[in-house]
Design a protein around this ligand. Structure first.
Ligand code: AMP
Length: 462
């Protein structure tokens, strides 16, 4: 679409864009010289002041694709207002916002501009005082900014650039009213808007884009289901909770592991599994949405500095977090939405490093597994760990609406050698026949039935 150089030409460098020397110096300082694909495509559009709607796969460098044009605009143009923030960057979760804020701080450090983060869970009055100091850049979660707007702690009449990252996730979390309120507060002709989303083909994304963006250019770098060459994806059948735990322990003991992120379906499971792993001697922390922000920060900080080997979490950590030492991601439970699978596995294989993503697929995960397959347009083969092979081998639909245990189809060298065949047909599990009891629900122990645990409240970020 944008042919900046021809085959055989040297690759484009950041110095080929009209970026301020201070920005080029900061990039040099970060060891970054060659733009990634999304940067190459988004930068010219954003630097030209045009609205942009972009999708790009996780870990592709999209943060700099919007931060660099934002910085350049502020450095090179006169402010519309002396008091109002000039750039507002919105993200769905506090962790993502902090990560973007971290990169922004590196860029503003070299300039006279002030940046501030405004996140849910932090002290509201302290934020009001910070806003009174008139920062040029704000990185925020939408709920909290909408609250400050309502309290008239900030005005967006002079906002020059509105950036929405992970816009699809913000909509999933129910932030559409806040986004509309923010848009209304900054509704003037000279505003530029950049919107990034894992996918651009959802109706809700298009609806909000119509409201927020003005004749945007579109950039899509690799479909969201594109294969990530640095991540090896493995599927393992699992029979029940104890079996999943045994598989997990085995995976965690592999000597090549650096750090691991384990994703569970609910907050309660996160805590339970983290304690269990700690009891087994693994250095483990648990991160879930209901923890206080300071606790969440501390956990992420310690994990990113390598102080823990394992982070057990829900989808709160599935997006965008840039943790370069994660060599293994385990889906202890399959995610509810297929797209979330892509984000989860994207926590490994970052910045050119190799990673492995293993999913434990039990009867309750089967439906989600099928959704992931169809989303990725890929048929997975199952692996087996010696001594930990599952009896479960998938569910097949039979005549009518019944769903029953499928024929075993796991592939393993040992299994092939010994040609193990089940002597009796696998027993039907009535729970799954209705086809209702599937998906992201956590597995329960057979011996001790437990009360149903509340699902993760995905709308908890404010
Ligand atoms: P992001 O997709 O924005 O989360 O970026 C993922 C990682 O890639 C971050 O650690 C960035 O610092 C790094 N990164 C971004 N742009 C580049 C680039 N052009 N060259 C090398 N690394 C980059």
């Amino acid at each position: 679409m944008f042919g900046y150089y021809f085959l055989g030409d040297p690759p484009l460098q950041f110095s080929d864009f009209s970026l301020d020397k201070r920005l080029l110096d900061s990039l040099k300082h970060m060891g970054i010289t060659t733009p990634t694909e999304i940067q190459e495509q988004a930068l010219p559009i954003a630097l030209a002041g045009k609205d942009l709607m972009a999708s790009s796969k996780t870990g592709s460098g999209k943060t700099l694709a919007f931060l660099l044009p934002a910085m350049q605009r502020i450095i090179s143009t006169r402010a519309l207002s002396k008091k109002d923030p000039r750039v507002l960057i919105l993200l769905p979760t506090r962790e993502l916002a902090q990560q973007v804020y971290g990169q922004l701080r590196l860029l503003v450090a070299n300039t006279q501009y002030k940046a501030m983060s405004v996140l849910g869970g932090e002290n509201f009055n302290d934020q009001a005082k910070g806003l009174a100091r008139e920062p040029h850049f704000i990185v925020a979660t939408p709920g909290r900014i909408a609250d400050h707007l309502q309290q008239r702690h900030l005005f967006l009449n002079g906002l020059e650039l509105l950036i929405l990252d992970e816009a699809d996730r913000m909509l999933d979390l129910g932030f559409a009213p806040q986004l509309k309120a923010i848009n209304d507060a900054a509704d003037h002709k000279r505003r530029q808007t950049l919107m990034f989303s894992a996918t651009l083909d959802h109706q809700s994304i298009n609806d909000i884009a119509t409201t927020l963006l003005n004749n945007p250019s579109h950039v899509a770098i690799g479909a969201s289901y594109a294969e990530h060459k640095d991540i090896e994806q493995k599927m393992l059948f699992a029979d029940h909770l104890d079996h999943k735990q045994a598989l997990l322990s085995h995976l965690l003991k592999q000597p090549e592991n650096k750090q691991t992120i384990v994703f569970t379906a609910t907050r309660a499971d996160t805590e339970r599994l983290a304690s269990l792993l700690a009891e087994q001697g693994f250095s483990t922390s648990a991160l879930s949405g209901e923890l206080k922000q300071s606790a969440r920060n501390q956990i992420m900080d310690q994990f990113s500095r390598g102080q823990q080997q394992i982070l057990v979490t829900t989808d709160v950590a599935s997006r965008g977090l840039d943790l370069i030492n994660v060599s293994l991601v385990v889906n202890f439970d399959m995610p509810k939405f297929a797209e979330e699978y892509v984000h989860r596995i994207g926590r490994t294989g970052r910045a050119g490093a190799k990673g492995v993503a293993v999913s434990l697929v039990g009867p309750k995960d089967w439906q989600s597994f099928l959704q992931v397959q169809s989303f990725l347009r890929k048929t997975f083969e199952f692996s087996t760990i010696d001594g930990l092979a599952a009896k479960f081998s998938g569910l097949t639909k039979q005549a009518g609406t019944k769903t029953v245990n499928a024929k075993p189809k796991a592939k393993s060298a040992t299994a092939a050698k010994t040609k193990q065949k089940p002597k009796v047909a696998p027993k039907r599990d009535k729970r799954f026949i209705t086809g209702v009891d599937v998906g992201d629900a956590p597995m329960r122990r057979k011996a001790k039935p437990q009360p149903i645990i509340e699902q993760e409240n995905k709308g908890s970020e404010d």
